[in-house]
Design a protein around this ligand. Sequence first.
Ligand SMILES: Cc1ncc(COP(=O)(O)O)c(C=O)c1O
Length: 431
Amino acid sequence: MTTENSNCNVSGVSRRNFLRTLGAASAAAAALPAAAAFAQQAAPQAAVGQARRRDFGSDMGETRVMNPNTVIISSNENPLGPASSSLEAISKTASLGGRYHQEISAQTVAAFNEIYGLKRGYSALFPGSGGPLDLALMSNIGPDKPLVMADPSYEQGTRAAQAMKAPLFAVKLTPTYAHDVKAMLAAHPSPGAYYIVNPNNPTGTMTPKADIMWLLKNKPKGSVVIVDEAYFHFSTDDSMLDQVAADQDLIVMRTFSKIYGMAGLRAGFAAGRPDLLMKFATVAQPARSLASISITSAAGAKAALQDKDLIATRRKINADNRSETLEFLSKKGYTVLPGSQANFFMVDVKRPGHDFQQQMMKEEVAIGRTWAAMPTYVRVTVGTKDEMAKFQTAFVKCMDTAPTPGPVNGASLYLPTHYTPSELFRGEFHG
Ligand SMILES: Cc1ncc(COP(=O)(O)O)c(C=O)c1O
């Protein structure tokens, strides 16, 4: 299915909101003394997270104050939080916070470039990857430069197309839930950008690197391929970053919000040829200063990049908890979308996903949203072993119960006073 602006059931991000995104510099990391930081690392992260006010936005169309016992597996966060290496770097750096210390960000960029074989100028550090993803998309699309993306996929592409009044071609995934690069190429003769999320959000499935290489080779001149590798580290596939080094028409997005557990600390990278990164300034001027990251987040990100065991250890924890849960669901006869290599998966709840979310909230389990292309599937983030045990019990109970739509759990309408591009505040954009 190829549709032009057909799936745009979200209201566009306004220019004012977009600029606020960029202006909201990285959330200042809490200046934890080292001992407290390590204590927090040792304590179950969920308990810390759940005690705070949480916004359960998006498809529920409203946000809520959650019961502190609620298991939060809705926004693809990492229940482990930042690694101890990051926490140590953050606490050491916090006392330097009275000065700008741009060299800490520069060191983080240098560490990233060294690890991925990129030359100077081929990457830029931002507070999270959502802001630079907007810049990458918006600097390449417009009324006569369509966006081609997958359906279902991460809605930031849809929102960027709406904001820029760019025609949107949303192309169905293949039967194995990969991006259908041939159909994407056929969608329009001269799009501004192709947006590929790998692993894809919400399906967690991979698009083979060979397919993305094929698209790069065959795409029309003047268009750019944007590969969002937010969840890349949970998989064992090959990254596209080597193709950035090879000067392709390619921008690769990376975030510290997922495997690195730093969603609230805000750090992310855009990697691309210098001319593609410089083009960001055509959307937000001057992108560089608006997008400055706090020194604590930069130091935490650098430590995470240099933490040799972090990725393999966390990938295994996630894969173990994911397969244990998927095995449970399959044995019980539920239909799980196959092939997730990410920290989330989709499961068919055989009723409107929105209703099921609300039923699960009654059981103190906050699960993720649903997508128009798969309205009876909900997305579930992989939490800790204990969280997934609670999820399993609640899931079976809710599947055995008739849907009960309506407000639950002391719901209250809360409109955030600022915009972050993370999934936490989706409610601001979705109808
Ligand atoms: C595919 C994808 N890209 C980008 C982002 C933005 O993440 P952040 O701004 O926290 O880096 C998200 C958030 O969940 C995501 O799922």
